[in-house]
Design a protein around this ligand. Structure first.
Ligand SMILES: N[C@@H](CCC(=O)N[C@@H](CS)C(=O)NCC(=O)O)C(=O)O
Length: 200
């Protein structure tokens, strides 16, 4: 299998972290690309009509795209049980929350990197940051017992979303309002799969 990849993308990192958890780095070849919404890499476009990464090219079936589809597929074929049946919808909802935080942060980063200064609209980026902070507050208030339970994909996604926020938008202060999540993140981010995939 081949993974259309980038070392910085948090969505790609979800897949790379799962591969590390599985000990299957030899099973997937990474094709590293540089792609943005304004300048789509041809390999990314060939693999995914939306031009987004990650995408997983398979020898025995159509290419898969969207990180949640790929992580669920790999968890299934390698029997990792990262989407346990007993709490499947909780896991998917928490993963969707983490993905939504990533999406808002990626949009804020694109705004400052891709959009000419005179076209920027601060209320829109403020609204995206509010979504991310709201998501973190919801995790602090409702999801800590899930985060402290047996390993699943939602936990990995939450940690990756927070890492991305702190890597790209270090000025965003969230820890004082989310002390329990903050302590969880400080410990969880040292998992070997997360250390191995941490953006430099
Ligand atoms: N929902 C998608 C989001 C993927 C995504 O937005 N990836 C970014 C990189 S972090 C991308 O490819 N951006 C290029 C674009 O928007 O065209 C997923 O979970 O895979």
């Amino acid at each position: 299998m081949q993974l259309i990849s980038s070392p910085i993308s948090p969505f790609v990192r979800k897949v790379r972290t799962l591969i590390e958890e599985a000990g299957k780095t030899d099973a997937v070849q990474e094709l590293v690309v540089a792609t943005t919404a304004l300048d789509t890499d041809p390999q990314a476009k060939a693999a995914n009509p939306l031009g987004k990464i990650p995408a997983l090219i398979r020898a025995d079936g159509p290419t898969l795209y969207d990180s949640r589809v790929i992580t669920r597929y790999l968890s299934d074929i390698w029997s990792l049980d990262l989407y346990p049946q007993s709490r499947l919808y909780e896991t998917l909802t928490l993963e969707a929350t983490a993905d939504g935080i990533m999406e808002s942060c990626v949009l804020v980063v694109y705004e400052s990197r891709l959009r000419p200064e005179e076209l920027r609209f601060k209320p829109w980026t403020d609204a995206q940051l509010a979504k991310a902070l709201n998501g973190l507050a919801a995790i602090e208030n409702r999801w800590m017992s899930h985060l402290n339970g047996p390993l699943d994909m939602a936990q990995l996604a939450v940690c990756i979303a927070i890492d991305y926020l702190e890597f790209r938008l270090p000025e965003v202060a969230w820890r004082a309002d989310c002390p329990t999540l903050s302590a969880w993140h400080n410990a969880f981010k040292e998992r070997p799969s997360l250390v191995a995939t941490r953006p430099a």
